[in-house]
Design a protein around this ligand. Sequence first.
Ligand code: GAL
Length: 695
Amino acid sequence: MQSLRLIGTMLILLVGFSLASAQLKSQEQRALPTQVPKHDAILVGTAWYPEQWPESRWEQDLKLMEVANIKVVRIAEFSWSRLEPLEGHYDLDWLERAVAAAAKHHIVSVLGTPTATPPAWLTQKYPEILREEPDGRRVTHGNRAHASSTSPLYREYCRKIAGEMAKRFGHNPEVAGWQIDNEYGYALMSYDDATQKKFQEWLKSKYRTLEILNALWTTAYWSETYDNWNEIPIPVGGHNPGLQLEWKRFVTDAWNDYQMNQIAVIRKYADARQFITGNLMGFFDGFDHYVITEPLTFASWDDYVGSGHLDPDFNGLAHDLTRGFKRENFWVMETQPGAVNWAGINNFLNKGEVRAMAWQAIAHGADEIGYWQWRSALNGQEQYHGTLLGADGTPVPIYKEVSQIGQEFSKAQEAFRGTTVRSQVALLYSYDSHWAIQFQKHTQKYDDIAMLKSYYRALRKLSQSVDVISAKASLDGYKLVVAPNLNVLPKDVAENLLNYVRNGGHLVLGPRSGLKDEHNELLVQRQPGYLMAALGGRVEQYYALEKDFSVSGEWGTGQASVWAEQLNALNPGTQVLMRYGKNNGWLDDQPAVISRAYGKGKITYIGTILDEKLMKTAAEWMVKESGVGPAFASVPDGIEVSVRSGPGKSAFVLINFAPESQNVDFGKRMKMLLSDRQGESVELAPYGVEVLQAP
Ligand code: GAL
């Protein structure tokens, strides 16, 4: 009996051990979808338009790319008129030759479906596929994003061209993956009758009856009551908030269906190995990016500074937002080689800034950085845009900096293989909340993205790593979750947050939280709605501020601006951390920040917008209360430090965004991968970068 038990225990241990090691192995072997098999883990790429040049020139271009350590080309995304010069006459041979020519130079291709630019024969034959503007005018041919994404006829042509490409390239080993369309037509919609009808049908399938819709949108207000589905307009501003929010969701679904039409046909013909992505645009808010990225293998985005210079906080935040769409590494499909052509002032980034920007992307979880574009078309709308080659076909000065980036990526790439960013702190973002605030800002000064950035900046400085994720995502494992603007807070999302707190998390809410439900309807509870009981407190009244007010308490004394909520601590266990000073009478000495232990965790509500100094002390309090520590070590202001980790390894990226040289102490001996040495500190010049690994 005894020995049987012993054998049993040994068996359990053995099974347990082999399960654990199998798990470890699968973790170790988990290839990231953003890292192309058999290629470097991090890559430099460029947007190349072989269709714009004689084939005799390709070889020279590709040689120059190879010399610059460029290892990816994204091609074909605007080349429909070359791929299908006449209806049904496909010419993909040139593209196949371009892919093969690139491969000879160890350059892998990503194919863009050309659906942002339907050819003239198509728009002439079927002018009804052209978008209609809100004023009823049809857009003309000759630009891009000119087709209606909801047109079944247009989608049919998109499906055909994407299908032909997938049949030809779906098994091509030199094609790593696909990009659907280009920037999803900036989410522009056609305001034609067919789209309006679709929207009405979409509402019908969602709400089922007009009684329900009328009730949830409170259409008794201003005689908006609908007796027939076909009476419902497309909102063009100034409409009912319920209608406006549903339109945004409809736009999201429309673009999702638009991409699914192409994804389905590519998946039908292509190897599973080929990824499918779409090039997004950071905080662009035309649709809900959590929905759009759902069917994609990974997210990618186009990172442009425009006028001025890199704002490392904002850009880091946008990277982290993109990483959070799928909680997965991502690509920077496009970025500027110095300057753009579309901003107010198209200044060139400083020497070294493009390199710092590339490393910042890698540090935040990108695995490819693609420069837009290789060489300017001699004619066309973007003649002044930054490029790597001049019109004469030889390198311009930035080519050298990009070559250096490529060289450094090759050198350090192994440290990044299988690694991603994992944070103890999450910031929550919600398109519904963002839109709801945009529809009714109440004060023109309210900028929810700027607020997100102010929390991000203060928290990231301390924790050195922040995730930005959907309010609906699982919050397991985070020590601190901060939701600066969760204006739309329906019951299921509130439940997600409450569970997190019950299990020991610290949730911090900002102003305007929990005012509305998923229909953009005011909740009948006071703010923060379904979280009021757990907080043991509520908002008595909100005030748009004409001028700054003083606020003081646990976090020091400073200014509250733009928005102030008069809070009330109803539960004896609810602490008041900050109070407003003397100001409009209503807010005098009233609570501005309250906090309460709940379950195993804590909820804190901040009812106003704090100045930078107070935000800093608030963040210090938040990380201390939540047990969050720095991911690396304390570093001087202006140094951005980031960590990417994978099974058994971590890589640290240090970038100096300060205008002067700075010394960074590691507190221990580290390998410096870019300068090939070991040591305990490094001196970084402005825009200086170093990559560290444990020796
Ligand atoms: C992007 C677009 C590219 C190019 C670039 C210029 O938005 O995807 O095709 O136009 O801007 O900055």
